[in-house]
Structures are given as C-alpha cells and as structure tokens.
Design a protein around this ligand. Structure first.
Ligand code: DHE
Length: 500
C-alpha cells in the first residue's frame, strides 16, 4: 500500500494545482483512507478523481453509501467497519468541496510531458525475436505494473517490461500489430515497439483518463478523460497532440468522457459522454483521404449511457445506463433509437460478444450485479435467454472457431469459478475453479481459437492455458495479478468473440 501511495504521489507531483489544502478533518481522513487510490489532491489514480465537477451524477447520500458499502464492479472497498457515519459524512463534504484551484491540463502541458525514450527512426524494422507476429499476446500484470509479451504458439514469455501505474482498458495495437499503445488511469499513453521490445515514446494526455482507441489507418489515437473533461487526439507517430477537444453538450454543460472507441467501417471514433445525454461521432477520414479537423457529430440519447457495445458492422450501438434495467439500441447512421432491450440487473455490455445461434446473430453480455448472462437476438432485440451463473461476472469471450463462450464469476463467494457455455445450446457445460479462493477472470483465445488463456487475478497469480476443445489445462505460468490479455490477430481483425 505504501508503495502505491509513493508511486501515485510521484506520478501526480507535477500538476498545475496550486497550494496545499488547509488541513481539515475531511482532508485528514482523505489522506489516510482515500489518497492511495484516488490520488494526491483528489486528482485520481487507480480510482477516479473526486471533485464536484466529476461527481455530478452521484447524489451526496449515495456517495456516503458508496463509501460505507463499496462500489459494485470496481476496486472500491467498504469502509463501514473502519469509519463512523460522521466520518463518512465529513469525507463526503470534503470530496464535494471545490478544488482550491481547478486542475487544468492544456495542450502545452501535454506537449511538455512528452518523453521520447528512443529515436524511432534508428530502430530496426525487423522483429528482434522469432515468433508468429500475429499470434503474440500482451498480458497486463497489475500486481507490479508490468506487461509480458507472450509467444502464442509456445506460451513462452518473450520479454517482460514495466508499464505505467494502473493501466486500464485494453491496450490497442497498430493495424500491422507492430506497436501497442497503453493508457494508464493517471493519463499516461505509452507507445511500445513490439519488434524492438522497447517503450519508444510516452505522453500524458490527461490527469484522469479512461481509455484510448486507435484509428483504423493507425494514424491517430484518441484518449478519453474524466479530468479535465476532454478528448485528446494524438498523432501515433510521435504521440504529439493534434487536438484537445473540450467536452460539453449542445447547451454548454460539460461532461466527463466515459470511453472512446474506434468504429472501423465508419472511419470514425465514437465518444461516450458520462454526464450528458449525448454520444459523439468524430470522423478522422473521409473517402477523399481528408483527415482534419475531426468534426463532432452529436447523437442525442434518452438516458445517460455508461456502457456500450457495437454490432460487428458498427451500424448499431447498444448502450445502457448503470442505473436502469434497459438497454437502448441506436442506429448510428441516423442517430435514432430503434429498440429498447429489457435487461435484468446491470449488464456489462463492454464485455459483450456475438455469435450465430439457430441461423441468427445473437449478442451475449455478462452482468455485474446479478448472476446471469443475457443472450439477445440482434434482429428483434428480444432477450432469448438469461443463463444463470454462480454470481455476477465481468468478462466474456469466445472465438469463431470455438463452440464455447467463457464467462467469469468475478464477484462474491464464487469469484474463483469460470463457466464454459455451449454456444449452440446456451447451457453451461463445465464450471472450473483453477485456483480455489482466488479470482479467476478474463480469457482470450489464440489466433486460431484452439487455446484459451485465463488469469488468476492475484499477486501470487498465474496465466493458465487451456485446450479450447477438450477444456483441459495445458500450462500454468506464474504472474503477478495478470488482468487482461490481448491477442494481436484477434484484436487487429476485430474477432467477434473478443472486445475491441
Ligand atoms: Fe474496466 C475495459 C470501464 C472497473 C479492468 N473498462 C474497460 C472499458 C471500459 C471500462 C469503458 C473498455 C475500454 C477499453 O478497453 O478501451 N471499468 C470500467 C468502469 O466504468 C468500471 C466499472 C469502474 C472504474 O473504476 O472505471 C471499471 N475495470 C474495472 C476494474 O475494477 C477492473 C476489473 C480492474 C482495473 O484494472 O481497474 C477493470 N476494464 C478492465 C480491463 C479492461 C477494461 C482488464 C479491458 C478488457 C478487454 O479485454 O478489452
């Protein structure tokens, strides 16, 4: 814990937030209990930034409840055994009080933060190791903020390297698979050259960042931020900022960015806004090859949308608010809502996958509140089946060449279990518990779909390789809290069974 605090403090030390806050009970409590995750000066680190501007959708009594009971599907623990009701209320008052000076992070700050570790022009254009470049994996290890480059044929690590503190969201590959781009929760974007096994350039694109996406031509990255309320477009060559877009709805009400996505057939980025009922589409190229100036198309939505899924053609977007039981289906071409999906609990659409079932395309999503997987017909948007699981799940995966979909039970007493679902019967055919008592979560398939890699999400954890047909364990590699793993081919080819 102490190390975390020091790293977070170092990482956040050079911000333009003035002065030391006057010592108060609230601040003292914050320093003692919250700072290691929510950052120095409330700027966010592993947890989000805590300012009134970032808490507009959370009423104060609800915030007190979150502190007392923890927050579902996050790393936020319950404090009701440690803090009294009065202390919790004092903390709530503190995080809803304005910052002494509003934190800013301008295009100049972004530019000045750039670190060129290597002259990219001088690096060889050939891989410095022997492997199928399309069947490599990057495995993120949260335990010591590292990543492993793994050979997907031999399951041998090729190299292991340090990442920034607290990566979040999937790292994104360049279309040729040579580069991988990482985003950390505290705003750092790192470009890693897989051929040369080197982090070549880094830039800090925000103070509290959600994730990044890469354009289909590989030329641009977009970064979505909670703080400041901005979306930043970077040139992937050198990570220089091209444009910083201040995010506000058509009435000027500003908003955090929940997440950014690439929509390949549309040559555009989709930007999900957290605090307004709008989704944006930002074109990065037209049919004439023109790429600037990134025009914003506003799509109005009926509700706030926290979580998203796109159909494989990127013509429809399914969005859900964490506070409602409905999913909205929006036609991206005309921006109109075409259906409402009645869904139980809190579906985790971001982890949804699609496959063909009885001649139609279905979409399936785990649920972060209830123990179920919803399977939805993508023609009429009706729920075909709710598959009961042993508890709420976070991630779901499959592959076109596999008969099975894998879903974890991330939360609750069965967090060590993973279900394997037969895609043709929609029934659970096997439940495994590879490391009893430890969270088992997040799978990814090899390029050919023949093997499955699963994380034991623990500091004394492992990456386990399974035969995707026999479901037998093949290999176990010790790792430090491995979280996501990302196959170059599946990601760059937008395989239907994985996240994009
Ligand atoms: Fe994630 C992806 C949002 C908490 C691990 N998470 C994503 C994405 C979004 C998202 C929008 C897709 C972006 C992408 O991949 O580019 N996550 C959220 C939340 O809103 C939530 C619930 C609260 C928060 O703290 O932000 C949340 N996420 C978590 C965690 O607590 C997890 C388990 C641990 C961690 O790292 O913080 C976690 N999220 C992940 C991972 C991915 C991810 C490993 C990439 C999944 C993939 O396979 O692509």
């Amino acid at each position: 814990m102490k190390t975390l605090i020091v790293i977070a403090a170092l990482a956040l030390a050079n911000f333009s937030v003035a002065g030391k806050a006057v010592a108060s009970d609230g601040e003292a409590l914050y320093q003692q209990h919250c700072q290691s995750c929510h950052g120095v000066e409330r700027l966010g680190a592993m947890g989000p930034a805590l300012f009134p501007e970032n808490l507009s959708r959370l009423k104060q009594p609800k915030a007190a409840q979150v502190i007392a009971k923890g927050r579902i599907a996050t790393q936020m623990p319950a404090f009701d055994k440690i803090l009294s009701k009065q202390q919790i209320d004092t903390l709530v008052d503190y995080v809803y009080s304005p910052a002494k000076v509003t934190p800013t992070w301008s295009i100049n700050d972004i530019n000045n933060s750039r670190i060129e570790h290597f002259d990219q022009a001088k690096l060889p254009n050939k891989p410095q190791f022997d492997a199928d470049l399309m069947n490599l994996f990057i495995v993120v290890e949260l335990g010591d903020h590292s990543a492993t480059l793994l050979n997907g044929d031999t399951f041998e690590p090729i190299t292991r390297f340090k990442t920034r503190f607290a990566l979040h969201g999937g790292p994104k590959y360049s279309p040729d698979g040579r580069y991988v781009y990482f985003a950390s929760r505290d705003g750092w974007i790192s470009k890693y050259d897989i051929y040369n096994m080197k982090t070549v350039v880094e830039v800090r694109a925000g103070i509290n960042t959600r994730n990044l996406a890469i354009s289909s031509d590989g030329k641009y990255a977009i970064v979505g931020n909670y703080l400041p309320h901005s979306a930043v477009i970077l040139d992937t060559k050198d990570l220089k900022p091209i444009k910083v877009i201040a995010v506000a709805d058509k009435n000027g009400v500003n908003s955090r960015v929940s997440a950014v996505y690439n929509a390949p057939p549309r040559n555009s980025f989709i930007v999900a806004l957290k605090d307004t009922k709008e989704v944006w589409e930002i074109a990065y190229g037209d049919k004439h090859g023109n790429h600037q100036p990134f025009p914003i198309r506003r799509i109005s939505t009926d509700d706030y949308l926290d979580d998203f899924f796109f159909d494989p053609q990127y013509s429809k977007m399914i969005g859900a608010s964490r506070s409602s039981h409905n999913g909205q289906v929006i036609n991206l071409d005309d921006g109109k809502k075409i259906a409402t999906i009645d869904m139980q609990g809190m579906p985790h659409l971001g982890s949804g996958i699609t496959w063909d079932y009885q001649g139609k395309q279905v979409f399936a999503s785990p649920n972060i509140k209830d123990g179920l997987v919803s399977v939805i017909d993508m023609e009429n948007w009706q729920v075909i089946k709710e598959i009961k699981t042993l508890g709420p799940g976070f991630f779901m995966r499959s592959h076109a060449n596999s008969s099975y979909a894998w879903v974890d039970v991330f939360f609750g007493p069965n967090k060590d279990k993973v279900h394997i679902i037969d895609k043709s019967t929609l029934k659970i055919v096997k439940t495994i518990a590879p490391a009893p008592g430890k969270v088992a979560a997040h799978v990814e398939f090899t390029k050919d779909g023949k093997y499955v890699l699963l994380s034991i999400w623990d500091n004394d954890g492992a990456l386990i390789v399974y035969d995707a047909n026999t479901l037998k364990e093949i290999k176990r590699l010790p790792m430090k809290k491995p979280s996501g793993k990302y196959n170059v081919y599946n990601k760059t080819h937008y395989e239907r069974g994985t996240s994009h």
